[in-house]
Design a protein around this ligand. Structure first.
Ligand code: AKG
Ligand code: FE2
Length: 335
């Protein structure tokens, strides 16, 4: 049987001036995020030329010498360069706090000591478009759950990481590492958008019922929105944070390039579902937690052992010390 695709939601006609289209789209977004934890979005605010320029930029970036790439260091877990993992032909570089004015030029100066104005211009514009998209999705979810009054506060408590990723062609991978299981994970943050820059597919998402579906672009204006565990917690489980990962096909002879923008919660306030989403029938499933504490747990020896929901295990560790189970079951994931 042919593998299914993630549902597609078309944002082309969505604008605040057409309430009918807005409401219909909002409905589709909520349905997709509740069951699949993500969707393919057709979003025409990034032109094909712009996407092509970003592909060239990504290739230039990964062609920088390794010592230069290693300068992309960060105190935050998963905050900078990732790569050099045995048998895994994967590298990525991150622009921290990409929404702030100095962030992109600072990163560019690190990678290209003589500067790279084209990089800055193209990446800044792209970031703005992705932030708009993620804010629209967040607004739709919050309206749909009847908690839109928290929108501004949630946006203020959000920062963005922009990550370039490169997956090597199949021959660069150890054979046993080419499986989906190798890279499968849940995102820890609130909302993620993946922009695949070339024709090399591979991303798959596991819906709530355990079925893995393809996230392979079906239009030149497609992006993939994926919910993370912080959003699942904040919405008290109304939004699902799916496992997802990239499967490198054995016949793949091209490298795969993506840019991913992660909306992340700041740690000024704990993540806690609003009172409106909690009642006797829907008790709060997650104790309040600080995002950065959760991130630290994820990279701890205990967190690294988790194959399924790190948040489910971390949540238990907040009520029982020390954290007990090391292998969460599927059911616990969905708790
Ligand atoms: O490269 C992709 O398509 C997705 C990567 C991903 O899920 C991540 O970096 O969190
Ligand atoms: Fe991810």
């Amino acid at each position: 049987m042919q593998q299914k695709h993630l549902p597609t939601v078309d944002f082309t006609a969505v604008d605040p001036g057409s309430p009918g289209a807005w409401r219909a789209t909002r409905e589709q977004v909520m349905q997709a995020l509740g069951f699949h934890g993500g969707f393919e979005v057709v979003y025409d605010r990034v032109t094909p030329d712009h996407r092509h320029a970003l592909l060239e930029i990504a290739k230039d970036l990964f062609a920088r010498p390794l010592p230069t790439k290693l300068k992309n260091a960060s105190d935050e877990p998963y905050g900078g360069y990732l790569g050099q993992l045995p048998g895994i032909a994967y590298e990525s570089l991150a622009v921290a706090d990409a929404g702030l004015p100095y962030a992109i030029p600072t990163f560019a100066d690190l990678m290209w000591p003589d500067g790279n104005p084209r990089f800055c211009e193209k990446v800044k514009l792209f970031t703005e478009k992705m932030v708009e998209l993620l804010e629209t999705v967040r607004r739709m979810v919050m309206e749909s759950l009847g908690v839109a009054e928290y929108f501004e506060e949630q946006v203020r408590a959000t920062y963005y990481q922009l990550r370039f990723t490169e997956y090597g062609e199949a021959s660069e991978w150890a054979e046993e590492k080419r499986t989906l299981a190798q890279m499968a994970h849940r995102d820890t943050n609130t909302l993620t958008v993946v922009c695949q820059l070339n024709e090399v597919n591979g991303l798959q998402v596991e819906a709530k019922d355990g079925e893995w579906v393809l996230a392979a672009p079906r239009s030149p204006a497609s992006f993939f929105v994926i919910a993370g565990e912080a959003f699942q917690a904040w919405t008290n489980n109304k939004v699902y944070a799916p496992r997802h990962g990239v499967r490198v096909e054995d016949e793949e002879v091209d490298r795969r390039y993506c840019i991913i923008v992660f909306a992340k919660p700041t740690s000024e306030h704990p993540i806690e579902a609003p009172a409106e989403l909690v009642d006797d029938l829907h008790p709060s499933l997650f104790k309040p937690f600080y995002y950065h504490d959760f991130l630290k747990f994820c990279v701890s020896p205990e967190g690294r052992k988790q194959r399924t929901s790190r948040l489910a295990v971390y949540r238990r560790s907040l009520t029982t010390a020390p954290p007990a189970a090391t292998t969460a079951t599927k059911e616990e994931d969905e708790a």
